[in-house]
Design a protein around this ligand. Structure first.
Ligand code: FAD
Ligand code: SF4
Length: 483
């Protein structure tokens, strides 16, 4: 156990964020550093519970009490080793995860939970700084070839596990750079891309090969891939976005979030001078109250938007757990992300009826109406219709599943009732040597689930290719997200 009295004597403390006025001037991560003595005290709050519910909350089964104790004892190197025992990329989860482990923490029943995520990122940052994160090439090669399609967190986790198990792994990515949503979806202010690049350096040194600019199903046929490789892992994500087919959708100035965020990320990365979709000086309305919407809010502010409003059809969630979401579940509560701290307005229980354009066919406003839930349906509240000015509208209403045209159609792989790629317990699809991991099989989810799926699919591939039971499989394909 860490400090036996830590949870009684030390209140929860997290690092301060950089002042809003300052951080809006750049795309750097918003949090300031945290002194290691402070972090040690935070780790010391862990009670090393007999039944650590934090494990249950984490899809990766992270060994949280173990690394809390090691940090408390200042044994950072062993803490880093225990961290990597279950998670290939703690720097991704340590910056981006909504931390279902913290909402499951036993201390959270009657006090503030342990700041697990902060401990995680501090361990991995220290490990990179100290040079403890080194390539781990395999001791021997199996002679088997594996193709991974897609380089998001699930594809990368699968690739790293399989390379280390001795297979020759090639990752195919249709974008010009590796990383999936980590690269061109998620903004720098949530995770700076050098974290991704240094991990890719490690993977290259271990022997993983990356081929960018290859759209599998177009540039190389699915059949070619199946013949040339002993196994294929589909990790293409859930990229088919949900649209809003209402009157005026065709007006200029209305874009999907994933049309807006990638060029903004390219500007932040110095690959582009100005984004073709720019919020500067505009009233921006973001439709959709989730994380993707929040990323649009933060990016719009950095581009110099005149005003930013985020719309959500659901009612405003409660400030604390309701009876419907008891501990240790991940509760639906009102959350203020770093992007929301930076300004803008959030409107709940509103629906967009139509878009209004100026004479040039460019959007100038939305017609809104308040709604209430009646018999499970949203019904308009009479007399609440109004116009909300908007010269840029961003649709952030989630994703309906993987893109079917191209690769999946060519493979003619079986889909599940939700339209995702169906798989068995070993993450194998309906096709003999084809496996699936991440959002492509699970549907839109989280980084932590993508990494867990990549690890589990790798275990399935390795067993398929060699008949051995070597790699860990943290989850079953049917495990549901806690979020
Ligand atoms: C804007 C945004 C912000 C998010 N923020 C968070 C967050 O803060 N925290 C969190 O936990 N989750 C977040 N998520 C969700 C998270 O990013 C995803 O759940 C996760 O990235 C899924 O990983 P993946 O590997 O399955 O797929 P992806 O990351 O989507 O990667 C799939 C890759 O496959 C490639 N690809 C697809 N088809 C082909 C093909 N035929 N040939 C070659 N390449 C192909 C794509 O180009 C893409 O690079 C966010 C999602 C979005 C959209
Ligand atoms: S549930 Fe919380 S207090 Fe208990 S072991 Fe996990 S992190 Fe520590």
């Amino acid at each position: 156990m860490a400090d036996p009295k830590g949870f009684l004597t030390t209140p929860r403390e997290t690092p301060k964020s950089r002042p809003v006025a300052l951080r809006l001037l750049d795309y750097r991560e918003v949090y300031e550093g945290f002194a290691s003595d402070k972090l040690q005290k935070q780790a010391g709050r862990c009670m090393d519970c007999g039944i650590p519910f934090c494990h249950q909350g984490c899809p990766l089964g992270n060994l949280i009490p173990e690394w809390n104790t090691l940090v408390w004892r200042e044994d950072w190197r062993d803490a880093a080793e225990r961290l990597h025992a279950t998670n290939n990329f703690p720097e991704f989860t340590g910056t981006l995860c909504p931390a279902p482990c913290e909402t499951a923490c036993v201390l959270g029943i009657n006090d503030d939970p342990v700041t697990i995520k902060r401990v995680e990122i501090s361990i991995i940052d220290r490990a990179f700084d100290e040079g403890w994160v080194v390539p781990q090439p395999p001791a021997a090669q199996t002679g088997k070839k594996v193709a991974v399609v897609g380089s998001g967190p699930s594809g990368l986790a699968a690739a790293q596990q399989l390379t280390r198990a001795g297979h020759q792994v090639v990752v195919f990515e249709r974008a010009d750079k590796i990383g999936g949503l980590l690269r061109y979806g998620i903004p720098e202010f949530k995770m700076e891309k050098h974290r991704l690049d240094r991990r890719l350096d490690q993977m290259r040194a271990e022997g993983t090969e990356f081929r960018t600019g290859v759209n599998v199903g177009v540039d190389i046929t699915a059949e070619q891939l199946r013949t040339e490789y002993d196994a294929v892992v589909l990790a293409g994500g859930a990229t088919a976005w949900r649209d809003l087919p209402i009157a005026g959708r065709e007006f200029d100035g209305i874009h999907q979030a994933m049309e807006f965020l990638p060029p903004a990320n390219r500007v932040a990365a110095g690959e582009l001078d100005v984004s073709p979709i720019n919020a500067e000086g505009l009233d921006v309305v973001v439709i959709g109250g989730g994380d993707t919407g929040a990323d649009c809010v933060g990016t719009s502010h950095r581009q110099g938007a005149k005003s930013v409003t985020q719309l959500e059809i659901m009612p405003k969630p409660p400030e604390s757990r309701s009876a419907a979401h008891p501990w240790p579940t991940y509760p639906m509560i009102y959350r203020v992300s770093s992007a929301h701290e930076e300004g803008g307005e959030r409107l709940y229980s509103v629906n967009t009826q139509e878009f209004v354009a100026d004479s040039a066919g460019r959007v100038r406003a939305l017609k809104l109406v308040e709604v209430k839930l009646s018999d499970g349906k949203f019904v308009p509240v009479e007399g609440t219709e109004r116009e909300l000015p908007a010269q840029l509208v961003l649709l952030a209403m989630g994703f309906v599943g993987p893109q079917r045209e191209g690769l999946l159609e060519a493979l003619d792989v079986e889909l599940d009732p939700r339209g995702n790629v169906a798989r068995d317990k070993a993450f194998k699809t309906s096709l003999d040597n084809v496996f699936v991991a991440g959002d492509m099989g699970r549907g839109q989810s989280l980084i932590v689930w993508a990494i867990a799926e990549g690890r589990s699919a790798a275990a399935g591939v390795d067993a398929y290719l060699t008949g051995r039971d070597l790699l860990p499989a943290p989850i079953a394909p049917t495990d549901r997200p806690l979020t």
